[in-house]
Design a protein around this ligand. Structure first.
Ligand code: CMP
Length: 134
Protein backbone atom coordinates (compact mmCIF):
# COMPACT_ATOMS: atom_id res chain seq x y z
CA UNK A 1 0.00 0.00 0.00
CA UNK A 2 1.23 3.43 -0.91
CA UNK A 3 0.19 6.88 0.26
CA UNK A 4 0.27 10.15 -1.65
CA UNK A 5 -0.68 13.78 -1.02
CA UNK A 6 -3.36 15.34 -3.19
CA UNK A 7 -4.41 19.00 -3.20
CA UNK A 8 -7.59 20.34 -4.77
CA UNK A 9 -6.32 23.80 -5.73
CA UNK A 10 -8.00 27.21 -5.18
CA UNK A 11 -9.34 27.38 -8.76
CA UNK A 12 -11.19 24.07 -8.33
CA UNK A 13 -12.58 25.06 -4.92
CA UNK A 14 -13.81 28.38 -6.37
CA UNK A 15 -15.41 26.54 -9.28
CA UNK A 16 -17.14 24.04 -6.93
CA UNK A 17 -15.37 21.01 -8.40
CA UNK A 18 -14.46 19.40 -5.05
CA UNK A 19 -17.20 16.76 -5.21
CA UNK A 20 -16.51 15.75 -8.78
CA UNK A 21 -12.76 15.46 -8.22
CA UNK A 22 -13.19 13.36 -5.07
CA UNK A 23 -15.66 11.17 -6.96
CA UNK A 24 -13.04 10.34 -9.60
CA UNK A 25 -10.43 9.45 -6.97
CA UNK A 26 -12.88 7.15 -5.17
CA UNK A 27 -14.26 5.69 -8.42
CA UNK A 28 -10.73 4.56 -9.26
CA UNK A 29 -10.69 2.44 -6.08
CA UNK A 30 -8.34 4.63 -4.06
CA UNK A 31 -9.11 5.51 -0.45
CA UNK A 32 -9.03 8.96 1.15
CA UNK A 33 -7.65 8.39 4.65
CA UNK A 34 -7.26 12.05 5.77
CA UNK A 35 -8.65 15.32 4.47
CA UNK A 36 -8.79 19.01 5.47
CA UNK A 37 -9.80 22.36 3.98
CA UNK A 38 -7.46 25.28 4.65
CA UNK A 39 -5.97 28.45 3.18
CA UNK A 40 -2.19 28.56 2.76
CA UNK A 41 -0.42 31.75 3.80
CA UNK A 42 2.04 33.18 1.30
CA UNK A 43 4.92 31.85 3.43
CA UNK A 44 3.42 28.35 3.59
CA UNK A 45 2.92 28.27 -0.19
CA UNK A 46 6.56 29.40 -0.66
CA UNK A 47 7.74 26.61 1.64
CA UNK A 48 5.57 23.94 -0.01
CA UNK A 49 6.84 24.83 -3.51
CA UNK A 50 10.45 25.63 -2.54
CA UNK A 51 11.84 23.19 -5.15
CA UNK A 52 10.53 25.65 -7.78
CA UNK A 53 12.32 28.73 -6.36
CA UNK A 54 14.02 30.57 -9.22
CA UNK A 55 11.70 29.29 -11.96
CA UNK A 56 9.90 31.97 -13.94
CA UNK A 57 6.47 30.76 -12.78
CA UNK A 58 7.33 30.60 -9.05
CA UNK A 59 5.80 33.98 -8.12
CA UNK A 60 2.53 33.36 -9.94
CA UNK A 61 2.37 29.83 -8.51
CA UNK A 62 2.77 31.10 -4.93
CA UNK A 63 0.20 33.87 -5.54
CA UNK A 64 -2.24 31.37 -6.98
CA UNK A 65 -1.80 28.72 -4.27
CA UNK A 66 -2.32 31.27 -1.50
CA UNK A 67 -5.30 32.93 -3.22
CA UNK A 68 -8.07 30.89 -1.62
CA UNK A 69 -9.07 27.74 0.20
CA UNK A 70 -7.66 24.36 -0.82
CA UNK A 71 -8.50 20.79 0.12
CA UNK A 72 -5.52 18.64 1.13
CA UNK A 73 -5.90 14.89 1.40
CA UNK A 74 -3.91 11.72 1.87
CA UNK A 75 -4.86 9.06 -0.65
CA UNK A 76 -3.99 5.41 -0.12
CA UNK A 77 -3.94 2.43 -2.45
CA UNK A 78 -1.85 0.04 -4.52
CA UNK A 79 0.69 2.19 -6.45
CA UNK A 80 -1.28 5.27 -5.36
CA UNK A 81 1.45 7.73 -6.46
CA UNK A 82 1.57 6.67 -10.12
CA UNK A 83 -2.13 5.81 -10.30
CA UNK A 84 -3.10 9.34 -9.21
CA UNK A 85 -0.57 10.95 -11.57
CA UNK A 86 -2.19 9.08 -14.47
CA UNK A 87 -5.65 10.03 -13.27
CA UNK A 88 -4.82 13.76 -13.08
CA UNK A 89 -2.95 14.01 -16.42
CA UNK A 90 -0.05 16.21 -17.56
CA UNK A 91 0.88 19.36 -15.62
CA UNK A 92 -0.09 21.69 -18.46
CA UNK A 93 -3.88 21.35 -18.92
CA UNK A 94 -3.39 22.08 -22.61
CA UNK A 95 -1.28 18.90 -22.89
CA UNK A 96 -3.45 16.79 -20.55
CA UNK A 97 -5.53 14.16 -22.32
CA UNK A 98 -9.33 14.36 -22.22
CA UNK A 99 -10.55 11.88 -19.62
CA UNK A 100 -7.94 13.02 -17.10
CA UNK A 101 -8.92 15.45 -14.33
CA UNK A 102 -6.77 18.28 -15.72
CA UNK A 103 -7.74 17.39 -19.28
CA UNK A 104 -11.41 17.67 -18.43
CA UNK A 105 -11.51 20.52 -15.90
CA UNK A 106 -8.57 22.88 -16.56
CA UNK A 107 -7.58 25.23 -19.36
CA UNK A 108 -4.23 26.90 -18.61
CA UNK A 109 -1.33 27.05 -16.16
CA UNK A 110 -0.91 27.64 -13.28
CA UNK A 111 -4.64 26.94 -12.65
CA UNK A 112 -4.47 23.19 -13.14
CA UNK A 113 -7.08 22.18 -10.54
CA UNK A 114 -5.15 19.48 -8.68
CA UNK A 115 -1.73 18.54 -7.32
CA UNK A 116 -0.38 15.09 -6.51
CA UNK A 117 3.04 14.04 -5.17
CA UNK A 118 5.43 12.96 -7.93
CA UNK A 119 7.57 10.44 -5.99
CA UNK A 120 7.79 8.48 -2.74
CA UNK A 121 10.16 11.10 -1.31
CA UNK A 122 7.86 14.02 -2.14
CA UNK A 123 4.81 12.11 -0.88
CA UNK A 124 6.54 11.66 2.46
CA UNK A 125 7.51 15.33 2.70
CA UNK A 126 4.14 16.62 1.50
CA UNK A 127 2.06 14.35 3.77
CA UNK A 128 4.13 15.60 6.73
CA UNK A 129 3.60 19.21 5.60
CA UNK A 130 -0.20 18.95 5.93
CA UNK A 131 -0.73 16.00 8.29
CA UNK A 132 1.98 15.96 10.98
CA UNK A 133 -0.11 13.43 12.92
CA UNK A 134 0.41 10.78 10.21
P1 CMP B 1 1.87 21.11 -9.49
O1 CMP B 1 1.63 19.68 -9.89
O2 CMP B 1 1.25 21.53 -8.22
O3 CMP B 1 3.44 21.42 -9.45
C1 CMP B 1 3.96 22.71 -9.62
C2 CMP B 1 2.95 23.67 -10.13
O4 CMP B 1 3.49 24.83 -10.74
C3 CMP B 1 2.10 23.03 -11.22
O5 CMP B 1 1.28 22.05 -10.67
C4 CMP B 1 1.44 24.26 -11.82
O6 CMP B 1 0.35 24.74 -11.03
C5 CMP B 1 2.59 25.26 -11.75
N1 CMP B 1 3.36 25.32 -13.00
C6 CMP B 1 4.20 24.38 -13.48
N2 CMP B 1 4.76 24.78 -14.65
C7 CMP B 1 4.26 26.02 -14.90
C8 CMP B 1 4.44 26.96 -15.94
N3 CMP B 1 5.26 26.72 -16.95
N4 CMP B 1 3.75 28.10 -15.86
C9 CMP B 1 2.92 28.37 -14.82
N5 CMP B 1 2.72 27.51 -13.79
C10 CMP B 1 3.37 26.34 -13.82
Amino acid sequence: MERTLVIIKPDAVRRKLIGRIIQRIEDKGLEIIAMKMLKLSREEAEEFYKEHIGKEFYESLVNFMSSGRIVAMVVEGENAISVIRKLIGKTDPYEADPGTIRGDFALKLPENVIHASDSKASAEREIKFFFKEL
